[in-house]
Ligand binder design. Structure first.
Ligand SMILES: [Zn+2]
Length: 232
């Protein structure tokens, strides 16, 4: 009896929440089926699934999933700087949407191990999480790509978005190391980050991984603005 009352109550409260706070597309505010969904029209606008032309050595390929502007910029910035995880479901849904894409699955097939671009210990403590891990870990597991936390950020660096490419490069020099005992010799490594801008961060990560014998290095970024016509 109590079970029935409880399940009826759950049904009523969920329906009420749905009516009062219906799930909406975080981009255009249209009502959608599930919380975190981005409507098909908005998805179409942001999805790219393409490769950066001429990736910086020693990186072989850089794939981005979406543009980095408007909607995706807001979602990522809120996850990083408001310590609110309210935009995480939408970011994860973006990845779910490309899960069966032939180009994406083909790209992942060549990967032996994935590593997330690490935060400096102090920033990790302050933020409480690495946003890259939150966005990508479940998705990579689903694709049977093992994740190893073998990279460490040894140098404290400021936020990079106000710096020129040359300043970024200088400030990030030797910012990453691999942990003792990391065994990736001869393996193809996927460096995973949320945003790809000048490539300075992932290039430094790649250099550290190459030092201990990594074979091919690939990069997967959720968002990047390369090749976009304007910055609107
Ligand atoms: Zn929308």
């Amino acid at each position: 009896m109590l079970d029935k009352i409880l399940s009826a109550w759950n049904f009523i409260s969920e329906t009420l929440i749905y009516i009062i706070f219906p799930p909406f597309c975080p981009v255009c505010r249209e009502i959608v089926d599930e919380r975190g969904d981005i409507c098909p029209a908005c998805l179409e606008k942001i999805l790219r699934k393409d490769f950066y032309p001429g990736p910086p050595a020693p990186i072989e390929k850089v794939m981005r999933i979406t543009t980095y502007r408007g909607a995706t910029r807001n979602l990522l910035r809120r996850l990083k700087f408001d310590s609110s995880k309210s935009t995480l479901p939408a970011l994860k849904k973006i990845l779910e949407n490309v899960s069966t894409d032939a180009k994406v699955t083909e790209f992942l097939k060549g990967v032996d191990v994935a590593v997330f671009v690490p935060l400096h210990e102090e920033r990790l403590k302050r933020r409480g999480y690495n946003q890259v891990d939150l966005i990508f870990r479940d998705w990579l597991t689903k694709h049977k790509v093992p994740v190893e936390n073998i990279l460490v950020r040894t140098k404290k660096t400021p936020h990079l978005f106000d710096l020129t490419p040359a300043e970024r490069k200088e400030i990030l020099q030797d910012a990453f190391e691999t942990i003792n005992g990391a065994d990736i010799a001869g393996k193809n490594i996927l460096i995973v980050d949320d945003i790809y801008t000048t490539g300075a961060t992932v290039t430094e990560c790649a250099n550290a991984l190459k030092k201990i014998g990594a074979a091919q290095i690939y990069v997967l970024a959720l968002a990047s603005d390369f090749g976009e016509k304007n910055n609107a």
